[in-house]
Design a protein around this ligand. Structure first.
Ligand code: AMP
Ligand code: ZN
Length: 140
């Protein structure tokens, strides 16, 4: 897609630190890493989609395998790893080409990605209502 920074990186019109590439997927280092020690790898399909829900089954399978491959390496590099994927601005997506953030974790790294403030459902009914809503949307 024209004007997409990640499409330009994939086509090598913009330089990047490539860590993996195959027919359908591409991975390079995020220019502003969450972790200085372990870097921060971005994994994406070569085809342009905005959201994870738009990806073809073929590209979905390919990205899952590339994430697994890179996870094996990154879990040898760090002591743990977070995988994050943002969809739409409200969820923190700034680049509209679907991508997964792979962030190796080290003791005392100060990264707080996993520490969202959690809530308690009012009661079981409130929790069931959400489960039912999701189940009904799965049928669409
Ligand atoms: P997101 O907020 O999920 O859309 O993530 C976009 C990520 O892309 C951010 O972490 C940016 O630091 C990263 N980014 C943007 N432009 C580049 C670039 N030219 N090379 C490498 N990473 C980039
Ligand atoms: Zn793109």
């Amino acid at each position: 897609m024209e004007n997409c920074v990640f499409c330009k990186i994939i086509k090598k019109e913009i330089s990047s630190s490539i860590v993996y590439e195959d027919e359908k997927t591409f991975a390079f280092l995020d220019i502003s890493p969450a972790s200085l020690e372990g870097g921060h790898t971005l994994v994406m399909p070569k085809n342009h989609y905005k959201f994870v829900s738009e990806m073809s089954d073929e590209d979905s399978k390919a990205i899952a395998l590339t994430i697994k491959k890179l996870s094996k390496a990154l879990l040898k590099f760090g002591e743990g790893m977070n995988i994050i994927q943002n969809n739409n601005k409200i969820a923190g997506q700034y680049v509209p080409h679907v991508h997964f953030h792979l962030i190796p974790r080290f003791k005392g790294d100060g990264i707080t990605i996993e520490k969202w403030s959690s809530h308690k459902y009012k009661d079981n009914r409130a929790m069931e209502e959400i489960a039912n809503k999701i189940k009904s949307l799965l049928k669409d």
